[in-house]
Design a protein around this ligand. Structure first.
Ligand code: HEM
Length: 329
């Protein structure tokens, strides 16, 4: 086992910000086309599945390397959750997809990374994977742009880039990621997949369900089970951090590497509680509509939790463009 370290470094090539801004402008065109079909909405994770109210608890007595930013001292915060499917399209839950778990912790005290001004929000934007499908943002963005012109365009792009067998390998990997079995938001772990700063240190954050064994959600309605449980019982998750130890074991710039838990085990720093709540009726619909219009963004964060690495940097321009495209930024 290795120790958490402060020696992490981002490697930012010259001209990267302009490059990501160019991608964001191209993505806007896809978002516009999809919005003509479905109405205004997010570029990715367009289909919101459920909006929830929650409590975010920070444990007392954390080790010094973890007790930073919102984990500095024992506390309880109100939080909001948006569950989603990852696709560009609004489609049935049965379709293979990445599942999104966006968490906004409110009532926080800190300075915004983006503006340097006081902010009260800390977002953790998570998926049902411990890593990202591509090592580098450019690979994902090129494929996304091609995919929007249809599967054949994406296949041609992959052949051009990787050769025929490389294309097969890349497609196999992609279908494994998207096709990963997902039983339920009550029982599946979700993760930031990419690191953020924890003050002087860096870590990935995940939520580990503490709800015992439960039947899987119906495949065609991935939140039906949550609606049933939350009529009278809470859902609980451990909030855990997995720390950066060194550049080889826990790389910052390659998002496709799973950080080995034998070298860097997750430690529990708090819990997320989703209390029983009303999930139908006019009041819920109003709340859910408000949540659809919210911004969940890894860069909506306090300075102690700055997102790290190439994919996180690419997300900065992409999320802002998408928020502008749906009229909330
Ligand atoms: C280069 C890589 C990525 C790009 C370009 C990208 C782009 C986007 C965009 C444009 C949105 C819509 C933002 C909005 O309108 O508010 C979005 C939403 C989302 N993304 Fe990403 N993303 C990337 C990687 C990731 C990763 C690594 C994760 C999680 C580990 C993730 C999880 C999510 C989730 C959960 C949402 C929905 C947030 C919500 O409910 O509002 N994305 N993504």
């Amino acid at each position: 086992m290795k120790q958490p370290s402060t020696s992490f470094q981002e490697v930012i090539p010259a001209g990267e910000a302009e490059k990501f801004e160019n991608y964001a402008q191209k993505l806007k065109l896809i978002q516009r086309a999809k919005s003509q079909k479905y109405g205004k909405g997010r570029l990715l994770h367009r289909k919101g599945l459920l909006a929830l109210k929650a409590e975010f608890h920070v444990n007392a007595g954390l080790p010094a390397y973890a007790a930073q930013g919102i984990f500095a001292k024992a506390a309880q915060y109100d939080a909001v959750i948006r569950l989603s499917n990852g696709s560009l399209d609004i489609q049935g839950d049965k379709k293979p997809d990445i599942r999104g778990f966006a968490l906004k912790v409110t009532g926080v005290k800190g300075k915004s990374i983006l503006t340097g001004q006081p902010t009260t929000e800390q977002d953790f934007v998570m998926i049902n994977h411990l890593t990202f499908s591509s090592a580098r943002a450019e690979d994902f963005l090129d494929l996304l742009l091609e995919l929007s012109s249809g599967p054949m365009a994406a296949i041609k792009h992959l052949i051009k880039k990787n050769g025929f067998f490389g294309m097969l390998k890349a497609l196999g990997h992609l279908s494994k990621v998207i096709g990963k079995k997902f039983a339920s938001f009550a029982t599946e772990q979700v993760s930031t997949a990419l690191p953020i700063k924890i003050g002087d240190y860096a870590a990935k954050l995940r939520l580990l369900p503490q709800n015992g064994a439960l039947p899987a959600a119906p495949k065609d309605d991935l939140t039906a089970d949550l609606r049933a449980i939350l009529k009278n019982k809470p859902l609980n998750y451990d909030v855990q951090l997995q720390f950066y130890t060194d550049a080889t074991t826990t790389p910052i710039e390659d998002a496709s590497v799973e950080w080995p838990q034998a070298e860097s085990p997750y430690i529990t720093v708090g819990k997320l509680v989703i209390p029983p709540q009303e999930l139908s009726g006019a009041e819920y619909e109003k709340f859910a509509a408000e949540v659809e219009l919210m911004k969940f963004d890894p860069w909506n964060a306090i300075q102690e939790h700055q997102p790290l690495g190439n994919i996180m940097r690419a997300r900065k321009a992409a999320y802002f463009a998408s928020q502008k495209g749906r009229g909330v930024a």
